[in-house]
Design a protein around this ligand. Structure first.
Ligand code: HEC
Ligand code: HEC
Length: 220
C-alpha cells in the first residue's frame, strides 16, 4: 500500500513539473512578435508560400511549415534566406523592403510553426567525389532541380544559386538530400528511407560535393 502511495506521489510530482515546464515554454514565446509576423507573412509571403506555409500558394514557393526544413534551418538561416533572397528565382531579397524588426517578426512567426526538433544523423566530414556526384545528379536530381542546379519553377529549387550556396553548409545540403521534406516533391534519398531514390551515404556526399562545386562555376 505504501509503495503504491509513494508511486502516485512521484507521478503527481512529475505531472506538476511537466505542466510547469510546458507553461514556461509557451510563455517564453514572444506572442506580440509572432502576431506581427503573421500579419506580414499574409501580406508579403502567402501568395507564394501559401496561407499555411506548406508551399500551396498560387505562385511558386517552397514549403516553410515543414519539420525537416525547420529542424535544419536556424533563425539566422531563415533570416539570411529572407533578407538576401535567391537571385534569379521568384524569391527576392527583402533587405530594402522590410526593417530588421519586421524580419525578426517574420522569423518568430515561422519558428512558431515548429512542433519538434528532429536530430538528423549525418557524416561529420562530407568529402565526396564531385565527378560521381555529377553522374548521380544527372540520374536522380536533374529532372526537378534543372541542369547544373539552375532550378525549375514549381519543380525544384535552384541548388547552384549563389545565395543558397553562400548561406547553406554542406551538412544542411546533405541532410536536405538524405531526409527530404515531408509532404513536398522532395523525397528522401538515403537508402532505407521510404524514398524513390536509395542512395548510400557516400553517394550523397558525392552529390553534395558536386553541388558545392557549382558555386565556382556560376559567374564564369
Ligand atoms: C521530384 C522532384 C525532385 C527530385 C527528383 C529531387 N528534388 Fe530536391 N527538392 C524538390 C523540391 C520541390 C524541393 C523544395 C521542397 C520544399 O517545398 O521545401 C527540393 C528541395 C531540395 C533541397 C533543399 C533546398 C533548399 O532550398 O533548401 C535539397 C538540398 C535538394 N532538394 C537536393 C536534391 C538532390 C541532391 C536530389 C537528387 C539526389 C533531389 N533533390 C531530387 C524536388 C525534387
Ligand atoms: C513571388 C513568390 C515568393 C514570395 C512573395 C516569397 N517567396 Fe520565399 N521563396 C520563393 C521561392 C520560389 C523559393 C525557392 C527559390 C529557389 O528556387 O531556390 C523561396 C525560398 C524561400 C526560403 C528558403 C526556403 C528553402 O527551402 O530553402 C525562405 C525561408 C523563404 N522563401 C521565405 C519567404 C518569406 C518569409 C517571404 C515573405 C517576406 C517570402 N519568402 C516571399 C518564392 C517566394
Amino acid at each position: 500500500m505504501k509503495k503504491i502511495l509513494i508511486g502516485s506521489y512521484i507521478l503527481i510530482t512529475v505531472g506538476i513539473i511537466f505542466v510547469i515546464s510546458q507553461n514556461s515554454f509557451s510563455s517564453t514565446k514572444d506572442v506580440k512578435s509572432i502576431q506581427a509576423g503573421e500579419k506580414l507573412y499574409k501580406q508579403q509571403c502567402a501568395a507564394c508560400h501559401g496561407e499555411t506555409g506548406k508551399g500551396e500558394g498560387e505562385k511558386a514557393g517552397t514549403s516553410l511549415n515543414n519539420k525537416q526544413f525547420l529542424s535544419t534551418f536556424s533563425d539566422k538561416d531563415l533570416y539570411n534566406s529572407v533578407k538576401f533572397g535567391r537571385e534569379g528565382t521568384p524569391m527576392q531579397g527583402y533587405k530594402d523592403k522590410l526593417s530588421e524588426k519586421q524580419l525578426k517578426q517574420l522569423i518568430a512567426y515561422m519558428r512558431n510553426w515548429q512542433e519538434e526538433q528532429i536530430q538528423f544523423i549525418a557524416p561529420i566530414k562530407i568529402e565526396g567525389d564531385p565527378e560521381n556526384g555529377k553522374r548521380l545528379y544527372g540520374l536522380y536530381c536533374l529532372s526537378c532541380h534543372g541542369d547544373a542546379g539552375t532550378g525549375k519553377v514549381k519543380m525544384g529549387t535552384a541548388l547552384a544559386n549563389p545565395q543558397y550556396l553562400q548561406y547553406t553548409t554542406d551538412k544542411q545540403i546533405w541532410i536536405g538530400t538524405a531526409y527530404g521534406r515531408e509532404q513536398t516533391r522532395m523525397n528522401p534519398s538515403l537508402k532505407g528511407l521510404e524514398g524513390v531514390r536509395q542512395l548510400k551515404e557516400k553517394e550523397i556526399s558525392d552529390v553534395v560535393s558536386y553541388i558545392r562545386s557549382l558555386q565556382n562555376k556560376r559567374h564564369e
